[in-house]
Write a protein that binds this ligand. Structure first.
Ligand SMILES: [Zn+2]
Length: 490
């Protein structure tokens, strides 16, 4: 059945970024059929009509980088940089059961839908069965996802700027708990199993190939992972140069920059999206642009972990596709794309005193919609309110302080942190958020289970937390040596 929403303000985010002050949109339980200005003059028989008075419609926001495991381990670290934080998450990952992942995924789905995100990339270090429970959760909730198995085959201790003895915890690669160092063939088979068993775009489940980071993977694994992405025509996603320590590591490990290394392996192309890229050099920016890869900016995470601020202005000026994400809530606090948009916009202003170059609100809204859609390989399906696109959209209440008076819609959307104005959220034409609640899942039962599972998990992690705290001074000394090294950052 078709539904007409009329008298509505629409930020279409089409190629012209057209704003319709008062217009209409017609959709069904799949796609958008018609978008127009003024009154709808066509047939109304058999059409469900909704009044969009005092409502603003935007495309569903697209979170191009997060990790669902993180929803159940929020707040377990504070004021530690990534290189130490990773030890915490690897310890937590070791003890998380499939049931923990299932409830953690549900928490993330609820959080994102309620803050206006309709599609997201879940970079998750799980094998087929672990990813299956997560995929089933997303299908039940109705949110669109890109399942991205995360894996590596080099011991963690070898992915740092200096060789450092971290005992047993330094010997594990960053990947599913079943994986062991050096076993790249087994990892590729696992990811191929995920593709064969879980890829169901018609049910909202896409798949991407997701090595954890170049420094955490053998060349064989990186090359084979891109071969797999090519075989099934999938996006390829990885962390890149999140910290200065990683920039230093790249030169030690590869004898060249990290992006130059990936290009040397022949795996830098338009399928690639990089989470972070905070420490890219001007030469790396040029390579990323020339090969058509994307950068996914995660400002809240970069600030929380003290990683640095993405050089967005040089990236934009070079023409690199820029997308936006939140990263996991254990390093960003909350998966709000509205928060990401605002941080991205205001942080760029610190890059240069030349205010004529500062990033605009329209540009960050573009990152959170069209830019992210391109980064996850879904430009033809989502990211704008246009006929033929999936009916994924958000209705915001315009009678709230954020929008009164309405002087500049896009600026107020971005700078006004408009997630508090969300009225309803639709995916595939289904209303999944109404009256502040997700309609497709019993939130209370998810919270109850998460409380129980979270407490049990924390108990299991305590000994490991103690081991990490005792090892931290070694990492501190290493990081202080890294801090004074020169950088080629843009
Ligand atoms: Zn991440």
């Amino acid at each position: 059945m078709r539904t007409l929403i009329e008298n509505v303000t629409i930020a279409t985010m089409n190629a012209e970024k057209k704003i319709i002050k008062e217009g209409y949109m017609i959709f069904d339980e799949n796609i958008i059929h018609e978008v127009g200005e003024g009154n709808y003059a066509g047939e109304r028989n058999g059409v469900n009509v909704l009044d969009g008075k005092d409502r603003i419609m935007i495309p569903g926001l697209i979170n191009a980088h997060t990790h669902s495991y993180a929803n159940i381990v929020k707040g377990t670290t504070e004021n530690v940089p990534l290189e130490i934080w990773m030890l915490y998450i690897m310890a937590e990952g070791k003890y998380m059961s499939r049931g923990d992942h299932e409830v953690s995924a549900a928490l993330g789905g609820i959080e994102m839908l309620k803050s206006g995100t309709t599609t997201f990339l879940d970079h998750l270090a799980q094998d087929l069965e672990g990813l299956r429970v997560v995929a089933n959760q997303y299908k039940k909730i109705g949110i669109r996802s890109v399942l991205t198995p995360m894996f590596g085959d080099r011991p963690y201790a070898l992915s740092l700027p200096e060789e450092i003895d971290l005992g047993e915890m330094g010997g594990k690669p960053h990947g599913p708990s079943s994986s062991s160092a050096g076993n790249w063939k087994q990892l590729i088979e696992m990811v191929e199993d995920v593709v064969k068993n879980l890829l169901q775009p018609e049910k909202g489940i896409s798949v991407a190939v997701g090595p954890s980071g170049a420094q955490r993977c053998s060349d064989e694994l990186l090359i084979a992972s891109m071969d797999l992405a090519n075989k099934y025509n999938l996006p390829w996603h990885t962390h890149l140069l999140e910290t200065k320590a990683q920039e230093v590591t790249a030169h030690r490990q590869f004898g060249k920059s990290m992006v130059a290394h990936l290009d040397h392996l022949g795996i830098l192309n338009e399928k690639v999206s990089f989470a972070h890229g905070v420490w890219v050099s001007p030469e790396e920016i040029e390579l990323i642009r020339a090969r058509g890869a994307s950068i996914v900016h995660n400002p809240a995470s970069n600030l929380t972990l003290g990683s640095g601020i993405l050089p967005m202005i040089p990236l934009k000026e070079s023409g690199v596709n820029l997308a936006l994400g939140t990263d996991g809530p254990n390093c960003s606090g909350f998966q709000s794309m509205f928060e990401s948009m605002k941080l991205a916009a205001i942080l760029s202003n610190t890059h240069t005193f030349d205010y004529t170059k500062w990033i605009t609100a329209a540009e960050v809204l573009d990152m959170a919609t069209r830019g992210s859609a391109r980064a996850i390989g879904m430009s033809d399906k989502i990211g704008s309110i246009e006929p033929g696109k999936k009916a994924d959209f958000v209705l915001l209440n315009s009678k709230v302080t954020n929008f009164v008076p309405l002087n500049n819609l896009v600026w107020q959307l971005v700078y006004g942190r408009a997630d508090s104005a969300i009225d309803s959220v639709f995916v595939n034409g289904n209303k999944l958020v109404e009256n502040g609640k997700v309609t497709s899942i019993d939130e209370e039962s998810v919270y109850k289970e998460a409380v129980e599972r979270g407490a049990f998990l924390m108990k299991k992690c305590q000994d490991d937390y103690g081991i990490i705290k005792r090892a931290s001074p070694k990492l501190y000394d290493m990081l202080m040596r890294v801090a004074v090294q020169p950088t080629n950052r843009a």
